[in-house]
Design a protein around this ligand. Structure first.
Ligand code: NAP
Length: 248
């Protein structure tokens, strides 16, 4: 088996699925993870872990390692690595594809409040008079809620957050999806949750909380996705695999 010529920037279920699909099709891929979580779910095939050292260093790395195509399948909120990929692939003249799952869409019964970032989410919580909050935005950015002494927070994340970032009243729940409607309803009911905060991550693995909120008539504060560079983008693993295979 030769050296990989396709780099998948990963850390998502779609990235793992793409690695598996391409591997099954005989394409030698290398997946890259940031190394953020203590026990990452590993994709099929070769894996490297850790940052590249910024956009220019990534460009050098791509050339040194003979990478011929890059698929940026990172999370919709992983802004910096996507920006690095655009810069690096531009400099190194390597084709880049963005694989990004569609965001979530509210239905008529949903009570969603869209905000641009976590500080705005904190403001929205105060405006709504939230007292019992299920916070599912991850451990990064929690500092936006540190000063909120009015509400109690159930903070769900994969790895423990930094203690300095925690609000005065909280409980940390270490967990990782996929989540079920039954499980989310149980969490809401047993903790008397009155408001949910989420990023617009999209996808089926973590959307049960939105169905649970609808069932209980709860407001959800949804953080919009950050703006993206204009890059060729597909929404499905099959389309991303097709792009790689068509360029062989
Ligand atoms: P980020 O802010 O865009 O990236 C910060 C830095 O981490 C990047 O500049 C890069 O370091 C390094 N990095 C990020 N992703 C990498 C990858 N796949 N391979 C190698 N280096 C990577 O990213 P983040 O929001 O911290 O997310 C980190 C990872 O977790 C991403 O891979 C993402 O797919 C995954 N993830 C993120 C979220 C989220 O809500 N943000 C949720 C689920 C999973 P250098 O500049 O040194 O190259």
């Amino acid at each position: 088996m030769g050296a990989p010529t396709v780099l998948i920037l990963g850390g998502t279920a779609e990235a793992r699925a793409l690695a598996a699909t391409l591997d099954a099709a005989g394409v030698v891929v290398l997946s890259s993870l940031a190394g953020r979580v203590a026990r990452p779910r590993l994709p099929v095939g070769a894996v490297r872990i850790g940052g590249f050292g910024g956009p220019d260093a990534l460009a050098d790395w791509l050339v040194e390692h003979g990478i011929e195509r890059v698929v940026d399948a990172t999370h919709p909120f992983a802004e910096r690595i996507s920006g690095s990929a655009v810069h690096a692939c531009g400099v190194a003249q390597i084709p880049l594809l963005r694989l990004e799952r569609p965001g979530w869409t509210a239905g008529p019964e949903d009570r969603w409040h869209w905000v641009d970032d976590l500080p705005q989410a904190e403001t929205a919580l105060r405006e709504l008079g939230a007292r019992r909050v299920l916070l599912t935005s991850g451990r990064q950015g929690l500092a936006a809620f540190t000063a909120n002494a009015d509400a109690w927070f159930l903070i769900r994340c994969v790895d423990p957050p930094a203690p300095a970032d925690l609000p005065p009243q909280h409980e940390v729940l270490l967990d990782r999806g996929p989540y079920t409607l039954e499980g989310e309803l149980g969490l809401i009911d047993s903790h008397a949750v009155d408001t949910i905060v989420t990023k617009d991550s999209g996808g089926p693995l973590t959307e049960a909380k939105l169905h649970a909120a609808r069932a209980r008539g709860l407001p959800v504060i949804v953080v919009r996705r950050p703006p993206r560079a204009d890059v060729e983008t597909v929404a499905t693993v099959d389309d991303a695999a097709g792009w790689v295979l068509s360029q062989r």
